[in-house]
Design a protein around this ligand. Structure first.
Ligand SMILES: NC(=O)c1ccc[n+]([C@@H]2O[C@H](COP(=O)([O-])OP(=O)(O)OC[C@H]3O[C@@H](n4cnc5c(N)ncnc54)[C@H](OP(=O)(O)O)[C@@H]3O)[C@@H](O)[C@H]2O)c1
Length: 264
């Protein structure tokens, strides 16, 4: 299937690693030009170089912007070229007691997870509407509906994204622009891999044993009963970036291995 993404430019936030980098790879495979993002000039330069080695015929560049720093976001907004596809992927989380979580932690997760996409969309959506084509994707999480008790602030930010995304989709009525939300579940990004390795070391188990215990004891609702691969999430994101997905707008598409339940 040709996803018709040649000559499209995609900006993916938080894309030097994980789901973001995997999405850059699948989009580049379809011929899209890629703009990567991470917090530091070093990490972005490294990711751009790695990407160029992997896709020598692709067009790739990068922006070092830390979405917790509003001055850096302002600078990014003033420099971004024309974007056809915006993937609001950046997201951080912390795990801990609700009673011990400081206000700053709530605000920090909100700033990075929600306001990054709000600010970028405010700048980019009007341009997409004026040229009558564009794709905006928000990367949510199964936590938006599962709300693990140790991740209430993170879950709040992900639930908020659904409202922002749906609201923006309503602004695209009768245009060629779509805005959708993707809902991954536990996914084996570098971060998740580190979590498994640390837990294995701490508990004197293998990584496979920790993964199995996570699904039999914690994420029991998962039908997949394993971590999704970053590529499995990236493939769905890439389809939603395609002109072929024009009839999907204002939707939340699950790639969570069935963990959130329900028939919709
Ligand atoms: N992995 C999962 O199990 C899972 C499940 C559900 C939803 N999600 C969501 O999927 C998205 C991607 O998750 P992931 O696990 O792939 O992420 P990850 O591996 O933790 O992502 C790391 C990426 O985010 C960048 N980053 C971190 N903080 C940043 C900041 N303040 N400003 C700019 N970039 C920043 C890092 O860049 P540098 O290190 O280069 O600075 C790196 O490119 C997130 O929104 C996450 O909430 C993940």
């Amino acid at each position: 299937m040709d996803l018709q993404l040649k000559n499209k430019t995609a900006f993916i936030t938080g894309s030097t690693a994980g789901i973001g980098y995997a999405t850059a790879r699948t989009l580049a495979n379809e011929g899209a030009s890629i703009i990567l993002n991470g917090r530091t000039a070093e990490s972005v330069a490294k990711a751009v170089q790695k990407f160029q080695e992997e896709f020598p015929n692709s067009t790739v560049s990068g922006f070092a912007t830390d979405f917790s720093k509003s001055n850096e976001v302002e600078e990014l907004l003033s420099k971004l070229p024309e974007i056809d596809i915006l993937i609001n992927n950046v997201g951080i989380y912390s795990s801990g007691s609700f009673f011990k979580t400081a206000d700053e932690d709530w605000y920090c997760q909100f700033e990075i997870n929600v306001m990054s996409g709000v600010r970028l969309s405010k700048r980019i959506l009007p341009k997409m509407l004026s040229k009558d084509w564009g794709r905006i994707l928000f990367v949510s999480s199964e936590c938006a509906t599962l709300v693990p008790v140790d991740m209430i602030p993170y879950s709040m930010t992900k639930a908020a994204l659904h409202a922002v995304s749906r609201g923006l989709a309503q602004l695209t009525k009768s245009s060629g622009v779509t805005v959708n939300t993707i809902v991954p579940g536990s996914t084996l990004s570098e971060g998740a891999e580190r979590f498994l390795e640390n837990a294995a070391e701490k508990e004197g188990k293998t990584k496979a044993e920790v993964e199995e215990a996570f699904f039999t004891e914690v994420r029991t609702s998962s039908l997949l009963q394993r971590f999704a691969k970053v590529e499995e999430v990236a493939n769905t994101i890439t389809y939603l970036c395609s002109p072929l997905s024009a009839a999907t707008n204002g939707s939340a598409i699950k790639v969570e291995g069935g963990s959130t339940g329900g028939i919709l």
